[in-house]
Structure formats: C-alpha cells, structure tokens
Design a protein. Structure first.
Length: 250
C-alpha cells in the first residue's frame, strides 16, 4: 500500500465535493451524536477510534470502550472511557467484553476499523455475542462513492474500502436482522438491530462468505442497489424515526 504522502491532494478535494453532492447534509459525526442523544446508551463500544473524534460523540454518563491498534488521540474523551491499543481480534481473544463493560450486553457499537469486508464481518460476529435484542450496531462506509475509493487496496486520501459488502451480506444472509442506512456523508452509516448473540450463521459460513463477497467491487454495488438495506435521509427526525422502527418489537 502506498504511503499516504503519495496520495493526490487535489483528488481528495474532488472526492469530498462528489461525496457532498451524493450525500448532502450533516456528516456522520453529527449523525453519531444524534444517535447517542436519541438512545442515551448505557454502554458503547467503538472499533477503530483513530483520533477519538467519533468516540467523543458519546454522552458523559455512557461507559465507553475504544479499540484501535494505533490510536492517535486528540482532545478529551468522555469521562468513563477505556481505550485498548490493540487489534479488535486481539481484544476479543484476550478479554471478555461483558466483564470489561460490567454488563451482560452493550447498548450501542460502532464498527469503523480496518476497511475490509472480512474484518468488518469478523468484528460484527465478535460484537453480536455480547448483544441484546435492543442493542444496535452501526457500520460506517456502507454507501461507497466510486470504484477507486472502495477498492480493497488504498490509493487515495478519501477511502471507504469494501465495508459496504457487510450490509449487503447481512441483509441477504441474516433475514432476522433489521438494517437501515442513513444517507449521511461521506459514505453512509448503516444501523442494525434485532441482534442474536446465539446465532452461528455467520461464523459457520465465514469462509464461504469471504469467498463470495471479497470478489465483488463497486460495479456490483451499482448493480445490486435493490439488494442493499433501505435508506433514510440524515435529518434528526428521520434518524429518530429510524431508530424507533429498528427497536420496535425488538
């Protein structure tokens, strides 16, 4: 993978402008804040915290866990926060999330780590084991911009990888889940509810799913739009209605 210093700065501005046109309105940091305000989660888990910008969307009384192999934190984090400087795989191999949270289940989780389908799928599998029916998992980068920025090999500043395939996969292979994507910039945010900690479908078929989905690219995304989760606009009212629907009868 090229060093980021080799990426085209002018192209970054083009991609940002294209994303703003495709998904106008507040960006996902704002939407994350809305989700926290609406849910007021007791516990929150974030995979891939980088500078801590998205982690800071959590409310002061939420117990937060951040997981990232190389966090470069800037600013103050929510008061009840623990950061684990390791990969998500290492975290789930080394720790029991329920014990770390001092709760059987997490309330809200956000997957925004390594931007590859198979790792996002594995992160979802790990998290679901500690979910309740009313827990919600959020997946970033579920509405890719174009072929280059959604490639599995990063060559640009603006980059989402092929995480969008996880939303496609879950909708096809886990009919028991509820999924809705918020059309927020730069690349969408998918919310998932009705989680089942006892489900073994994804783990049992992990190798098969990786083989099936890794080979897809942005052209498949364009051709399979009808197979992706439904979307809603990124207004506070729409997000509030979306969450109410996701939690209904959960």
């Amino acid at each position: 993978m090229p060093d980021s210093s080799t990426y085209d700065d002018a192209l970054r501005e083009i991609h940002i402008a294209q994303a703003s046109t495709a998904l106008p309105g507040p960006d996902y940091y704002t939407v994350l804040s809305w989700v926290h305000q609406i849910l007021r989660p007791a516990t929150y888990v974030e995979i891939g915290i980088r500078h801590g910008d998205s982690l800071r969307a959590a409310l002061p009384d939420t117990k937060c866990i951040g997981i990232d192999p190389e966090p470069t934190l800037e600013g103050t984090l929510p008061p009840d926060t623990r950061v684990f400087a390791m990969t998500s795989d290492s975290f789930f191999e080394s720790y029991n999330l329920a014990e770390i949270l001092d709760a059987r289940n997490f309330s809200l989780a956000f997957i925004d780590g390594l931007h590859l389908f198979e790792q996002a799928l594995l992160d979802f599998i790990h998290l679901e084991r500690f979910a309740a029916r009313q827990s919600i998992v959020m997946i970033h980068d579920s509405l890719p911009l174009d072929l280059t920025t959604s490639d599995r090999v990063r060559t640009t500043h603006f980059y989402s990888g092929d995480v969008w395939k996880l939303a496609l996969c879950l909708k096809a292979r886990r009919k028991d889940l509820r999924l809705t994507t918020i059309r927020t910039g730069p690349t969408g945010l998918c919310l998932i509810s009705r989680l089942d900690p006892h489900s073994e479908v994804l783990l049992r078929n992990f190798d098969e799913l990786v083989t099936e989905y890794v080979s897809l690219d942005f052209r498949d995304y364009e051709n399979r739009g009808h197979q992706m989760p439904d979307t809603v606009e990124n207004s506070f009212a729409a997000v509030q209605s979306c969450i109410a629907s996701l939690l209904q009868d959960a």
